[in-house]
Design a protein around this ligand. Structure first.
Ligand SMILES: Cc1ncc(COP(=O)(O)O)c(C=O)c1O
Length: 774
């Protein structure tokens, strides 16, 4: 479609008045499809009025508007046009008139700046900034979707060879042959790999007329704007970079170098996978071909439209210059850039870690992974391999969720200070967070790690009850400070440990599959154990001041406490004057599926709850929530000041995480996927002698492997073999439990039903293989 030029400036002015109540002067602008006008008010405010060609689909325009609205809340808000609603609050003004087909008018903010095409001086810093901006754009759009973006589009780079029917429009036979050869190569080398590339909605037209450069600060390398979202499309994400490179290489003295600067910038923000790097040169050439085919077609059908032909001559020069040698050279340069960016080899990093980082930190897998990027439920390594992350419960709403990232970036750019100043975010977050708890849990303390939260929980309990005596569960881990190491047998009875402190008393894990009590009433019998322990302590004149347990037991082997246990244990400890601490550092925030907090699934309300890991989706923050009574006891006159806890950035991030859980329905999603997982594992269990027990709640699951269903001999080496084989198939899992024989599953909550099906299928196959050889 092309501009109709049916609209006069007077008509544009009257539309602005009618729709938006603006008194403006209009000036026509060049456009590819829309009739565009720049509007200026008397007081100097500027806008762009865009009028779509007749017959443009409503859905398609809505898609552009939604994309811009989505970006308005992202770190790119400053460089993309803002959509301005009409006086009636509409984003589109329907137009009647000349044509019977619908036309739409919409208004955008006007971004000042000079098109890059008119900027001769392009320092590497500017080009890198363009690359970084394109990468940020792609990251910001990664979670955006709209039906209008899924369309057949001639300018979809992934379907380039489809345009070959236009080859006959190219007059010169040698040029015709050149384009034909490139399209054939595209079909042979790119098309077969398209399905392996990450796909998302992209801008799809970062050409040198759509990139605006700040005129006064060119020396300062400022990109002022990215305009024209008229080509927005769901396609291979890497097309974004390829398209920009194709245009940015036009008429340059050293086109490859210019492209490499852009690619370096892009890669520093959104690292390219190996496949993306390999296909990039062919994709760049593909875009040149499409552009030349359409300008040949345009010249045939409309010899007077100069806009269509604006870059034709330099395009041919560039395409003719992109010989196989040049393309190979570009490929090598790209590989170099991606290697040399911030990249050290895995061996080099390990060696630095060995020399300069405390040795008490093991690395996952015998052949460690170097993970360079995360998105949603996926992690990507430096070789471009994609892994489904099934164990990271920290990146709760998905790795690098754009809404959370944007909230943090925005606040970080505005203010980050301590909580001795008043700030809206803290008040809002305290309200939101405590609002998610049942009464009387209504007072929170903000800290930075799960360890700090549990350490503070111990202090609260001790100040309230005036004793350190505590009942914990065997094999528990609550954190790495001395106060927590000495009460957690996972650490203090392991290598380097010094045993339980005399004030700590460990009761058996309420595991109805393995352990002293089994069967349907096991929970009550485990509860009796705690009651007996409490009674003995009372007889010894040392009644417990606290009971501390994870609501669902992680390090202990992904155990769902047997029914009856928690209410009975809580009652016994409370009867002795103690308080109950639920450690929800791993399992809170909807993971349990049926409830937002895992303790709610157990029929208890704790006195103190500790939160961590998922609370900030990877940002270091944590919290303690307690009752007004316990908080009052702690108010002794000694201040509780935490330099970083509750700062405005953390609170902005915490709020964003809560918003995503709510807006994406992640709690219900966890319940549904949990049921799918359980059903799948239970279905395969009869076929696998290694599967001893399958258990879980929501997206917190464990599959216990045993060699013998009577003795329950743990199948630990087999469990490790499953983990390794799954890793080779692109799934990151790990084992847990005192006997290292439980496959643990606690993925980011944005996993999909298709992911679950793939995990089940692969575990099924891997177990079959391992069972055949052991
Ligand atoms: C149940 C539980 N509590 C507390 C912690 C300690 O949290 P952090 O590592 O943030 O200090 C952990 C960490 O693994 C945990 O799993």
């Amino acid at each position: 479609m092309e501009p109709t030029n049916e609209f006069t400036t007077e008509r544009a002015e009257s539309l602005a008045a009618e729709g938006w109540g603006l008194d403006v002067r209009a000036e026509a602008l060049v456009g590819f499809a829309d009739d565009n006008f720049r509007l200026q008010t008397e007081d100097g405010r500027r806008f762009v009025l865009k009028i779509s060609p007749p017959g443009t689909s409503d859905e398609w325009i809505q898609c552009q508007i939604s994309a811009l609205q989505h970006l308005a809340t992202s770190p790119l808000a400053e460089v993309v046009p803002r959509v301005i609603s009409t006086r009636n609050g509409q984003t589109l003004l329907p137009l009647g008139g000349e044509s019977t087909q619908p036309r739409w008018a919409r208004l955008m903010s006007y971004l000042e700046g000079k098109p890059l095409a008119e900027v001769a001086e392009r320092p590497p810093g500017l080009l890198e900034e363009i690359g970084r901006t394109l990468a940020r754009l792609d990251l910001a759009l990664a979670d955006f979707d709209h039906p209008g973006a899924h369309r057949d589009f001639d300018w979809d780079l992934s379907t380039t060879p489809k345009n070959s029917h236009l080859i006959s429009d190219i007059g010169d036979p040698s040029r015709r042959a050149l384009v034909e050869t490139h399209l054939e190569r595209f079909d042979a080398h790119v098309t077969p790999h398209l399905f392996e590339l990450e796909h998302a909605v992209i801008h799809n037209d970062g050409n040198d007329y759509n990139l605006l450069i700040s005129e006064t600060q060119i020396g300062d390398s400022r990109l002022a704007g990215l305009i024209d979202f008229g080509d927005v499309l769901y396609t291979a994400t890497i097309a974004e970079l390829a398209i920009s490179c194709a245009y940015l290489m036009l008429d340059r003295d050293n086109p490859l170098e210019d492209a490499v600067h852009v690619i370096r910038g892009y890669h520093s923000i959104r690292p390219l996978t190996r496949l993306e790097r390999e296909l990039l040169p062919d994709l760049i050439v593909g875009r040149l071909c499409t552009s030349l085919l359409f300008s040949a077609k345009g010249r045939r059908s409309n010899p007077d439209n100069s806009y269509l032909q604006v870059s034709e001559a330099p395009m041919w020069r560039l395409l003719e210059g992109m010989t196989m040698d040049q393309r190979d050279m570009l490929g090598k340069k790209i590989a170099g850039v991606c290697r040399s960016a911030p990249a050290r080899s895995a061996e080099e990093i390990l060696s630095i870690r060995r020399r300069h980082v405390g040795l008490n930190l093991s690395v996952s897998y015998s052949e460690p992974l170097k993970i360079v990027r995360g998105s949603g439920q996926y992690l990507y390594d430096d070789r471009g391999r994609r892994f489904l992350d099934l164990v990271n419960n920290v990146c709760h709403v998905g790795h690098c969720h754009p809404h959370v990232v944007a909230a943090g970036q925005r606040q970080m750019a505005e203010l980050n200070t301590n909580t001795r100043y008043l700030h809206d975010h803290l008040a809002e977050y305290a309200l939101e967070l405590t609002g998610s708890f049942p009464d009387p849990l209504s007072v929170c303390f903000f800290v930075c790690t799960g360890t700090e939260a549990n350490d503070l929980a111990l202090r609260l309990a001790r100040t309230h009850t005036r004793t350190k005596e505590i009942v914990v569960l065997e094999h528990a881990y609550h954190g790495h400070s001395p106060s927590l190491i000495e009460i957690g047998t996972y650490k203090c009875e392991g290598p380097g440990g010094e045993g339980l402190a005399t004030h700590a008393h460990a009761a058996p894990i309420p595991d109805a599959y393995r352990g002293p009590h089994r069967g349907p009433d096991a929970g009550w019998r485990y509860g009796d154990d705690v009651a007996r322990m409490v009674a003995e302590l009372e007889r010894a004149g040392r009644p417990p001041g606290a009971f501390m347990a994870e609501s669902l037991i992680g390090c202990g082997g992904q155990v769902i406490p047997a029914p009856g246990f928690m209410p009975e244990a809580f009652a016994a400890v409370r009867a002795a004057g103690g308080v109950c601490i639920a450690d929800e550092v791993q399992v809170g925030f909807g993971r349990a599926g049926s409830h937002f907090w895992a303790f709610e699934t157990l029929g208890v309300v704790p006195d103190i709850v500790t939160l961590g890991k998922p609370i900030g989706n990877g940002h270091p923050m944590a919290a303690v929530v307690t009752t007004p009574e316990i908080a009052e006891s702690f108010f002794t006159g000694m201040e509780y000041f935490n330099t970083f806890g509750g700062n405005p950035v953390s609170c902005a991030i915490g709020l964003a995480v809560l918003e995503v859980i709510e807006s994406e329905g992640l709690q219900q999603h966890a319940r549904d996927l949990g049921e799918q997982f359980l059903a799948g594992f239970l279905e395969m269990a009869p076929r696998h002698r290694l599967i001893g027990d399958v258990r879980g709640l929501g997206l917190f699951l464990g599959v216990e492997l045993v060699r013998d269903h009577e003795t329950l001999e743990p199948a630990d080496t087999e469990a490790s073999a499953v983990i390794d084989a799954m890793r080779d198939r692109g799934f990151l899992l790990s084992t847990d439990g005192p006997l290292h024989n439980v496959l643990k599953i606690k993925p980011p909550m944005v996993l999909t039903a298709a992911d679950v099906a793939a995990v089940l299928k692969n575990i099924d196959e891997v177990l079959t293989e391992i069972e055949a050889t052991t």
